[in-house]
Ligand binder design. Structure first.
Ligand code: HGY
Ligand code: MN
Ligand code: MN
Length: 401
């Protein structure tokens, strides 16, 4: 199976053009945005040119289907609000390139997917969550973004592309090539990572409601300041989580909105995202107890009303051993002595797809370990090595079938 590196790189840069941020190689291509939809239309044309049958489900998950049973390759083409050009896009373009190479080699059959809203403008890996049955379409349609737009309204923008449900029965497994988005490979100077497992995640909104008031005339001891409540909560949380976490555990308050967000007004309301991730489901549960207890105590102490949004969560998953072995053989063939196995601290569509079929993932390095920033980048040689390992694994699996 022969990978055409120039064609692969040209397509990667072409995809970057949809929503190019103008800063470095960054992209702004959130789910259902004009740039996202234009990118999906372009991808659909590339899939057709590669001899694949294009199908789009109600969420806007875009599939290029081979005839008969096939191995599914892919990732997502939506981005974070400030996204890198490779997060998700690499896996989709690599899948397209391997599908072409496999067709030209007379097999094996390879299908391609670009999932929708993996970056969670509305939820958490929302498109593959609905496709895999992790989330109902009804519940997904009720999810809202930070601007209050409901997913059910946003996805109308792709209604003309929708062909109907896509069955998972036709796929023998799923492999996702992705950038590591962390420092491990970049630090070690290795080229390839074969993923062992993907962490679990919990994500919810927390609201503290106090008293909006004048920032000049309201004495500090009389205030019910919602931002002060968040600040106190965060301090207590960092202190108490130390008893529960490991050095690999992460937790993030990434989004905070203060109402009415004015310099001379004591904020009466704070709504913030509370997200935590770990490889152990029990620990995720223990962290939730610490989080809810701390929030209740702070609300009590500071005279705040406390409320929670819906909690979204995914359990940790281990990669399929057979698919992993094919990737390890590919890594040894393409990058002998320059690969390792490692866990994924980032979340991926593969987590949801693992509910339906065997899955595996492989990584290429992120320069400086940077991702979810316009600065995200990977060396071309590493990008090409990644797609070559993927092709090697696909050919090996095809010969085993
Ligand atoms: O957040 C994540 O891990 C993924 O990149 N959306
Ligand atoms: Mn991603
Ligand atoms: Mn991402």
């Amino acid at each position: 199976m022969r990978i055409e590196a120039d064609r692969f790189l040209k397509d990667l840069h072409a995809l970057r053009g949809f929503g190019a941020s103008g800063v470095g190689k960054g992209v702004v291509r959130p789910a259902y945005s004009d740039a996202d939809i234009a990118a999906r239309r372009w991808l659909a044309r590339q899939m057709e040119d590669a001899g694949l049958r294009v199908e789009v489900d109600a969420m806007g998950n875009l599939f290029g289907l081979a005839e008969g049973p096939s191995l599914l390759l892919g990732s997502h083409s939506d981005s974070q609000p400030e996204g890198g050009w490779l997060d998700g896009a690499l896996g989709v373009i690599a899948a397209l390139e391997v599908a072409r190479a496999a067709r030209d080699a007379g097999g094996p059959a390879v299908s391609v997917v670009s999932f929708q809203d993996e970056e969670g403008r509305f939820g958490v890996t929302t498109g593959s969550a609905v496709w895999s049955g992790q989330l109902t379409q009804k519940d997904a349609d009720r999810l809202v973004d930070h601007a209050g737009i409901a997913l059910g309204d946003a996805r109308r923008a792709v209604a003309d592309m929708v062909t109907g449900a896509v069955s998972a029965e036709q796929f023998t497994g799923f492999i996702e090539l992705h950038i590591e988005q962390g420092p491990t490979l970049d630090t070690s100077g290795e080229q390839i990572g074969v993923v062992t497992d993907i962490v679990g995640i919990r994500d919810m909104k927390i609201t503290f409601e106090g008293q909006q008031n004048h920032a000049g005339t309201t004495p500090m001891h009389l205030r019910r300041d919602a931002f002060q409540a968040v600040s106190a909560f965060n301090a207590v949380l960092n202190d108490r989580l130390r008893n529960v976490v490991t050095p690999q555990t992460v937790w993030t308050i990434g989004h905070l909105s203060l109402h009415p967000n004015a310099s001379s007004i004591v904020p009466g309301r704070a709504v913030f995202s509370m997200q935590w991730r770990d490889a152990d489901s029990d620990r995720l549960g223990r962290m939730e107890t610490v989080i809810r207890t701390a929030a209740s105590e702070i609300a009590e102490d500071r005279g705040m009303d406390l409320s929670y949004g819906p909690m979204l969560g995914l359990e940790p998953v281990s990669m399929d051993q057979r698919l992993r072995s094919a990737l390890e053989a590919g890594a040894e063939a393409v990058a002998p002595g320059k690969w390792r196995t490692l866990p994924s601290g980032a979340l991926h569509d593969a987590t949801n797809v693992s509910r339906l079929m065997p899955v595996a993932m492989l990584f290429v390095p992120s320069i400086g370990g940077l991702s979810h920033t316009f600065e995200e980048d990977t060396g071309e040689a590493d990008l090409v090595a990644g797609v070559q390992v993927l092709a090697h694994a696909v050919a090996r699996l095809g010969s085993e079938a």
